[in-house]
Design a protein around this ligand. Structure first.
Ligand SMILES: C[S@@+](CC[C@H](N)C(=O)[O-])C[C@H]1O[C@@H](n2cnc3c(N)ncnc32)[C@H](O)[C@@H]1O
Length: 331
């Protein structure tokens, strides 16, 4: 475990006396586990890799074991937070303690209000100008896991894909995704393709349905997406031709010789706009393309992708709507 000197000093959850001594389960973070021991539940691969390097016990999904204390760190997305809270509640021993922490800009005030409506008043155990830590004792009250709807696959069929809390576009087909799906028929049939940042699997799975001789590698840094895309591939009968992997864009792809890489890349890191993961995806894709292969990127028109793509290969565009563009980088 890391020593206290390695841990952030501005985290009120780590203030003395805020957490009970002894191991806990921590959702969406690992610094409390570094101090107290226990298990960090980290669906985000970059975070999980950091915690692994620090020698901590991690899992991408909720454990079957129970703990006397669970700490949930607020993330972006109300449904995802509600899912974490329900899983943390379920991972507590009777009488155990649920602790929620997060900054105002991520909505700690409203998250606490919603939880208080279900569980009764919580105890504010630490506070800063912009952060709060609130605790509840586990009772027999149920905290149900939120459900998410199925979403149209978007390939012109009436098929739908399963989604899950926290997974990109869990309530409707994204406009960027739909824009790229609409131009698939203008691309030559690939033998081997990849879908980078696959989410529920729309691009890769629609491509496999379109090209019955193709195989696809789908990767995403969010383990919740990997689980959902794996289930969707199985449900559509595409599992024999699909490999779904937990993968961070800063890692090389484990495959080469790709004729086609499809991506609707992330434009955010947490709450902030960032092109870092998208640019890493472009580099990883380019390194895995066969000669003559294509990297096809859909993005909001304002995003500055043309120049970095032009550093990798010749760039052309495909017809698209007014809000999104489809760029093709030729390998
Ligand atoms: C804009 S969404 C697109 C999802 C899906 N392809 C679609 O069109 O519905 C971008 C995806 O990239 C994933 N992602 C974000 N950062 C990543 C990273 N560093 N490495 C790999 N995937 C990442 C997100 O989890 C998300 O599923």
């Amino acid at each position: 475990m890391s020593g206290p000197a390695d841990l952030p000093t501005d985290d009120p959850a780590l203030d003395p006396g805020v957490l009970l001594p002894g191991p806990l389960v921590e959702f969406q973070g690992w610094t409390a586990v570094a101090r107290h021991g226990g298990l960090a539940v980290l669906p985000w691969r970059p975070q999980a890799r950091q915690a692994d390097i620090a020698g901590l016990a991690t899992s991408p999904r909720v454990p079957a074991t129970t703990f006397p204390q669970a700490l949930v760190r607020l993330t972006k997305g109300r449904v995802a937070v509600e899912a974490d809270l329900a899983e943390a509640w379920g991972a507590l021993t009777p009488g155990g303690r649920l602790v929620l922490t997060g900054p105002k800009e991520l909505g700690i005030t409203s998250a606490v209000k919603r939880l208080e409506a279900l569980l009764g008043p919580g105890e504010v155990v630490a506070q800063r100008a912009h952060q709060k830590v609130v605790a509840w004792v586990r009772t027999s009250t149920a905290l149900p896991r939120p459900t998410t709807p199925r979403v149209a696959l978007g390939d012109g069929s009436d098929l739908t894909l399963g989604t899950a809390p926290g997974v990109f576009s869990h309530d409707a087909l994204d406009e960027g995704t739909a824009t790229l799906l609409a131009v698939l028929h203008d691309l030559p049939a690939p033998r081997a393709l990849a879908d980078l940042g696959c989410g529920a699997g729309h691009l890769g799975l629609a491509a496999l349905r379109r090209w019955p001789a193709a195989t696809a590698w789908l990767g995403d840094a969010d383990h919740r997406a990997v689980t959902v895309a794996t289930d969707n591939a199985r449900d559509l009968g595409l599992a024999p031709r699909a490999t779904v992997a937990w993968w961070d864009a800063h890692e090389p792809l484990p495959i080469t010789g790709l004729d086609l890489v499809l991506t609707n890349p992330p434009a955010h890191a947490g709450a902030a706009t960032s092109t870092d993961a998208a640019l890493a995806m472009f580099r990883a894709a380019h390194a895995a393309l066969a000669p003559g292969g294509r990297l096809v990127v859909v993005a909001n028109r304002q995003l500055p992708y043309e120049r970095p793509l032009a550093q990798l290969g010749r760039v052309t565009t495909m017809p698209s709507g007014s809000r999104f563009k489809v760029c093709v980088c030729h390998g």
